[in-house]
Ligand binder design. Sequence first.
Ligand code: ANZ
Length: 949
Amino acid sequence: MSETPTAAEVAAPHRYTAALAADIEARWQDFWDANGTYAAPNPSGELAGDEAVVARPKKFIMDMFPYPSGAGLHVGHPLGYIATDVYARYHRMTGHNVLHTLGFDAFGLPAEQYAVQTGTHPRVSTEANIENMKAQLRRLGLGHDKRRSFATIEPEYYKWTQWIFLQIFNSWYDPEAKKARPIAELVAEFEGGRREIPGGRAWSELNAVERDELLGGYRLAYASDAPVNWCPGLGTVLANEEVTADGRSERGNFPVFKSKLRQWNMRITAYADRLIDDLDALDWPEAIKLQQRNWIGRSEGARVDFQVDGHEARKITVFTTRPDTLFGATYMVLAPEHDLIDTIVPAEWPEGTKDVWTAGAGTPAEAVAAYRKQAQSKTDVERQTEGKDKTGVFTGAYALNPVTGERVPVFVADYVLMGYGTGAIMAVPGQDERDWEFATVFELPIVRTVQPPEGWEGEAYNGQGPAINSANAELDLNGMQIDEAKRTVIAHLEARGIGEGTINFRLRDWLFSRQRYWGEPFPIVYDENGVAHALPESMLPLELPEVDDYTPRTFDADDADTSPETPLSRNQDWVNVELDLGDGPKTYRRETNTMPNWAGSCWYELRYLDPRNDEQLVSADAERYWMGPREGQPLGGVDLYVGGAEHAVLHLLYARFWSKVLFDLGHISSAEPFHKLYNQGMIQAYVYRDARGIAVPAAEVEEQGGAFYYEGGKVSRLLGKMGKSLKNAVTPDEICVEYGADTLRLYEMAMGPLDVSRPWDTRAVVGQYRLLQRLWRNVVDENTGEVTVVDAAPDEATQRALHKAIDGVGQDMANLRFNTAIAKVTELNNLVTKLPEVPRTVAEGLVLLIAPLAPHIAEELWRKLGHEGSVVHADFPAADPAYLVDEAVTCVVQIKGKVKARLEVAPSISDEELEKVALADPAVVAALGGAGIRKVIVRAPKLVNIVPA
Ligand code: ANZ
């Protein structure tokens, strides 16, 4: 935009231009801030407000809050923010109390990595990024209640993240009550002898360490030495959800290894059933529900114990979904990480060992050790890939099949994963494809236990059919179909105490510690015995200490034999702390891991409700009002949550889990955080690459005759993501300068259905700018700036067009169809442009319809039209149903081919109805003169032909 006015601007000084838009937008943004236009009142407390507004139905409309990246926003980011804003504005205008705000998810790796590169403290860079992003967002005219905004790095916020951690740490899941309960109640049950302690000892006989271990097996947050995903390249461990399908870190793309490290976990698996079942009550895209169900992965089956031959006290427990195939279990497999291996491996290869079983090793121990080493470097996915040659070694041990009594060899093989079921399987090559491949390579017996169809040969059969080869003296499955055979076997095993029906989940507990600086410190200290203690609430927040060196210790990305070193551990002054936790002052060691960056986003919706409360994480009143259960939302939750589909199993699963724990413990009334979820599409952009495949700046590419050139060289063009690294980012700031925020908002909403990805095209933005220019001209004289509307009533056709638009736009907005809403507004606006004079009611209707989409120009015009208040709280117009019925059409009534009457009828009239109306018409009655009727031919709605008798 040039500073000097163009000829057109001189000719028409009051035209809607970018300069005028900038002026209007800045003024109204200031007005909104000064007047708290978007402040949503709570029913009580610090944010209490107008009772009449509180009495309205509520709408809590939320975006997935952003990570304040140093790159700032490109035009792809605000797509969802604009959509929720339009939706929120529409609901304000239709009589709702609307809570809409936005905070910042500000802990996380990028700030830390940037800090490592530049030496800037992560807080400093993060706060600067937040300021930058706030300015960018303000420019878009988003109607946020800014009193409710916060960043997760603020100690006043993470105090409550830590507090929730302690709630989780101090509770256990009671499978009978099917809910979390305080750990103190469990201790009381142990103490009072109402609950048996495994091993049969009394609570009073246990020392502190034993008690801690016992309770650790119940707590919903617990430390354990399980194998975890260790990423030497990042210097931290990662949750399963943060590891890609090919076994690398989602962030940074480094290799990830299974390594045994003592880490904090969240017992999310206790909630597996409820996390699946409660999906039914949620209004979420089916695809996301399915992803969650698959991720949780509920499988019904059985656990079966196999006695290890020659080891009275040792048994191998397997999980199987096909207990009916037990007679066909001809060998067993343990995962390479399985604990039992070392205890069952004999010194020598036993008699009968085949050469292919030993991998050429001299002893079973050597074979197993070498095989384990090799397996460690493979990812779970590589290990499970179908069609891969099956590998493994014999452990030298045998187990006894509990129904055939046969000795079956026990192998170690990496196609069995430690993290699933029991980490051990009974192998049934007759029915399982993987086992068939393995049995073939290792020359193991194959026994079919389900009758395959005729001609089925050379491969496993996993279809339906009657059981065969499945009988002993006490149990006969032969002839049974699979389901009946399963039930029968399970009953048989349960009666003998060697197995039971069980449900297994793919979901693992959530690994909750990270070896990073930039995260929430754990409110945990350890005593001299290594027993973990919760810090008392009065010591929260436990602030992240200032350190000189917050660099995480990273390692050679491929070196699995490393272990993490936390930045906080280098700070001994902070680590060692004298505390009185009730038994006198003692020295404790602080936990030096930090929480994963998911922690802050697990509960932020609750804090929006009551952001400055330092007594409670949220007041009961505010929580019940905004989130509580109601009709159609039996589990409560946010009314609309918009964000990308990439969060299907991370954030959305974790947040649901935390909600359920808080709900169980009575802190909140909503068992689900997000009632309605909507995934917006992505804004894509063209990526131009040179001959080497390197992205070149998209803005500098020129098109000539259908080909693309950069600095004279030909480049290729493909649709891809928008972003700095692909050199194709367009910022909202540039578009605001060129056209104004209202145009940008309209363009983003007009690009297509909200849930569909769409390519950005800067050249097309001007179309929406022209819409606003025409709207402006329909109300304001471009030369004088005077309002030109007249008080005359609109004609019938305009009235119909207006009410049709009102009806359609309202429905579209209520259903997030903003692109079609804009099409309807455009159509009406174009029609109004052709009127000789614009009636006030039509102009006002147009302004109100566009107000949620283009709020600044709507405010300006509303004010110019003489209204005192803000258009934000004006009523959205209501359509008059009288104008919605279609216009009448003329029907010709003939008698013997001669026109006798013309009738005005509805276009949708039926043949029967039309015939009745025609025969009752006075002109027709007169023309018939009492003659009878032989025949009536009806072609609704246009023609009735009567043939008299
Ligand atoms: C015997 C059997 C016979 C099996 C048969 C399948 C078919 P889902 O449905 O995914 O739960 N399995 C159990 N634990 C395993 C582990 N840690 N790593 C790899 N495989 C494992 O699959 C459960 C089935 O996968 C189990 O049932 C077991 O093989 C295998 F005709 O047992 B089955």
